[in-house]
Design a protein around this ligand. Structure first.
Ligand SMILES: [Zn+2]
Length: 94
């Protein structure tokens, strides 16, 4: 396969699409299956992210909902909680 790394091919017969897990681990490339409506519902909340099941980081977020395909987490501190990982040298050094 070649082509787009992030989105999104039809994934399952019930209209789900493959997205990439948005958990706190920036290396994570776990595919998760959402319908487009589910994805838009997550996107409608700036502090919510769709993740693979059990990929939540309890210190910065809570699981708002979870089903057999994916979980939705809501961060305590907003989108900023995702940004320090790009600039924090302790994490880059790992
Ligand atoms: Zn993940």
């Amino acid at each position: 396969m070649s082509g787009s790394p992030s989105l999104a091919k039809t994934y399952a017969p019930d209209g789900r699409w493959a997205f990439v897990c948005e958990c706190g681990n920036r290396e994570c490339r776990q595919p998760i299956a959402l319908t487009l409506a589910e994805h838009e519902a997550v996107r409608a909340h700036s502090r919510r992210f769709a993740i693979a099941p059990d990929h939540e980081t309890p210190v910065v977020e809570i699981v708002a909902s979870q089903n057999r395909w994916f979980g939705v987490v809501e961060t305590f501190v907003g989108e900023a909680s995702r940004i320090p990982e790009e600039t924090d040298p302790r994490i880059q050094a790992r």
